[in-house]
Design a protein around this ligand. Structure first.
Ligand code: FES
Ligand code: FES
Length: 153
């Protein structure tokens, strides 16, 4: 039987909540199962797809293979389902929805989060910033070229 080995209080959707993780659970498992962040997916086994990404204190963070205890106490965790409701992000959502691939949608949390994050930073059109947010966010079905192009405009 798994034993609880670590704990953190995280702020998710404006609420402080205490979480624990067994030795077998990475941050992705904790956020999906215990915080109910179902946008997060385990898309790869090598840390390259980004389907598990969230913002931790406004930094894009991969959650697969990441330990709960590596986050600071009180860290603010923002997933795609929350950021997509941000009224200030409507424009970014439109960019993403207009350019995203429409096959399996595995890449929605990675690419959608990247698009909204970039626009909230005020860095749309900034080539280096676009490449930085898209780094580690893949679309295995059709690639991410159309979204990159849209973000560069
Ligand atoms: S599941 Fe985390 S990078 Fe692919
Ligand atoms: S539509 Fe399948 S990974 Fe992007």
């Amino acid at each position: 039987m798994a034993t609880s080995t670590s704990g953190r209080t995280l702020v998710i959707a404006g609420k402080s909540r205490a979480f624990s993780a067994s030795a077998e659970e990475d941050l992705l498992a904790v956020l999906r199962k215990k915080a109910g962040l179902k946008s997060l997916l385990r898309g790869c086994k090598n840390g390259r797809c980004g389907a598990c990404r969230v913002l931790v204190d406004e930094a894009l963070t991969r959650t697969c293979g990441t330990r709960l205890e590596s986050l600071p106490e009180g860290a603010i965790v923002t997933a795609y389902e929350e950021i997509a409701k941000d009224p200030n992000a409507i424009h970014a959502i439109a960019i993403f929805e207009g350019s995203r691939p429409s096959r399996c949608h595995l890449c929605v949390p990675a690419l959608g989060l990247a698009a909204v994050h970039l626009v909230r930073l005020g860095k749309r059109g900034d080539r280096a910033a676009v490449d930085e947010v898209l780094e580690g966010a893949a679309c295995m079905c059709t690639g991410r070229a159309s979204l990159r192009e849209a973000l560069l405009k």
